[in-house]
Design a protein around this ligand. Sequence first.
Ligand SMILES: C[S@@+](CC[C@H](N)C(=O)[O-])C[C@H]1O[C@@H](n2cnc3c(N)ncnc32)[C@H](O)[C@@H]1O
Length: 209
Amino acid sequence: MDEKKGLKDAYALKTPEDSINLYKTWASTYDDDFAKQNDYRSPIEIAKFFAKYSNPEDTPILDVGAGTGLIGECLNLDSKEIDAIDISPEMLNIARLKNCYSKIIEADLTKTLLINDHHYGAIVSAGTFTHGHVGPDVFDELLRVTRSGGLFVFTVHYQLFNKAGFDKKLIEIQKMITKPAFHEVYVYGNNPDKEHGSDKVIITVFRKR
Ligand SMILES: C[S@@+](CC[C@H](N)C(=O)[O-])C[C@H]1O[C@@H](n2cnc3c(N)ncnc32)[C@H](O)[C@@H]1O
């Protein structure tokens, strides 16, 4: 790799092809150089809120934009089936090595997914609904592949919640979901980046009706 990849590269993405290219070179150092060094907290926060809101019926679980599988590691559930979906084969290769996913699905979330209707009992996601990555329209497909009663627990970047239209999307789909709960959390415990080191996400939780 020619230079260290990081937040600035991630936030400059514009298209799914940009994601494929960036994460191809970032995958091998993502866990150590990005997640560990900056104390990247979103996956553990998702696991915490999943534990708070879930019940044993919320299975199988789909980790949306699973990347290197940090949520799978944090959830650390023996009895539940968790699948990983991501556009980057290199990120998914790292996730596969962690042996916490039942299935690894390489797919572009902005396209129709090759997943049956009502298949999943829960959707979890960290760091995917953020600058230059995936927008609110993905929820049409995510709702389709989730069964009635299925739980959603995901981060949305604080600065994008209204700007990228997640607020409007939740209103558009309000008849299909329970009233969302919102939790603001800091993304990093230790990130010296001046512009983004104190970034927050909104952990959004609801169930499909
Ligand atoms: C910041 S990483 C987060 C990974 C992991 N969830 C975590 O918290 O460490 C964002 C992930 O979204 C994936 N991604 C970006 N655009 C995508 C798309 N259109 N379809 C599927 N995955 C996408 C990237 O490949 C990357 O693995």
